[in-house]
Write a protein that binds this ligand. Structure first.
Ligand code: MF3
Ligand code: CO
Length: 275
């Protein structure tokens, strides 16, 4: 999609602006998680996120993007990504993926999480946990990797180690992020022969694996947005916006900058607070 187009390399000050956007997204996620329960509608969740973003003086990045009509994407069960919030009432055991983007002073943050509502099927919990583990392994791989291809290797590695078989979605990928939500480079969640662009300070990317409990094949619903699994299997989606700085990684959409989860991989977070 982006080929060999130019990658926007950020300064420390620009990454700090992105951190402010990232913290708004983290705050919106926390508020949505509080409101997530059987009986809530997906539109209720959208209203919660919209209020947090407005209160912070930020702008939702999805609203109006190619005509997208909401602040969040809320994708339930066999929906993988780009589910449109509406009157759907959440039920016990639903697998709910919440994706949110915010803009502060022109700089973007983008992140997603999946939650399984109570009366959860342990297999759905394992799906979400494996997807989250794959995301963190991919982020950790950026700390020592030379090229962006380490992301797909890490995701495939986590999936291969899992006791269950999962599909890795290929049609939707991570992306560069900065003055726009979607920029080059594309960030694939699977291995290819290309090793990808070199990892270097100032590169900011959204890492976002999507796994299914069945086939990886996807289709788009009549609404032209909602992406579902062809086989009806349930899916999970986790995403963070990550900056590579001169001294290491900074997970801009994680409240703790990624410290807790990256420590498990032996990676220390390095906020880019001095230029
Ligand atoms: N946040 C999604 C992504 O991770 C994109 C959302 S598409 C939109 O790339 F239309 F809803 F904005
Ligand atoms: Co994204």
């Amino acid at each position: 999609m982006f080929g060999r187009e130019r990658i926007e390399i950020k300064t420390g000050a620009q990454v700090r602006a992105m951190r402010r956007a990232g913290l708004v997204v983290a705050e919106a996620h926390a508020a949505v998680l509080e409101a997530l329960r059987p009986g809530a509608t997906t539109a209720d969740l959208d209203a919660v996120a919209a209020a947090v973003i407005a209160e912070a003086g930020a702008t939702p990045s999805f609203l109006g993007y190619h005509g997208y009509p909401a602040t969040l994407c809320v994708s339930v069960n066999d929906e993988i990504v780009h589910g449109i919030p509406g009157s759907r009432v959440l039920e016990p055991g639903d697998v709910v993926s919440v994706d949110c983007g915010a803009i502060v002073d022109g700089w973007h943050g983008d992140a997603a999480f999946t939650a399984v509502l109570p009366e959860a099927d342990p297999a759905d919990v394992a799906l979400s946990e494996t997807t989250e583990d794959a995301m963190w392994a991919a982020i950790a791989a950026l700390a020592t990797g030379e090229r962006l291809g380490v992301v797909g290797e890490a995701v495939e590695g986590v999936v291969a180690e899992a006791p269950t078989t999962y599909g890795i979605v290929q049609e939707y990928v991570g992306h560069g992020i900065g003055t726009a939500m979607h920029q080059p480079p594309e960030v694939l969640n699977y291995r290819t022969r290309e090793r990808g662009p070199r990892l270097r300070p100032g590169l900011c990317i959204a890492i976002e694996p999507m796994l299914t409990r069945g086939s990886r094949m996807t289709q788009v619903l009549e609404d032209d947005w909602t992406v579902v699994t062809v086989d009806g299997s349930r899916a999970a989606h986790w995403e963070h916006t990550v900056a590579i700085g001169p001294d290491g990684l900074w997970v801009l959409t994680a409240a703790d900058g990624g410290a807790e989860r990256l420590a498990r991989h032996g990676v220390t977070v390095a906020p880019w607070d001095v230029d």
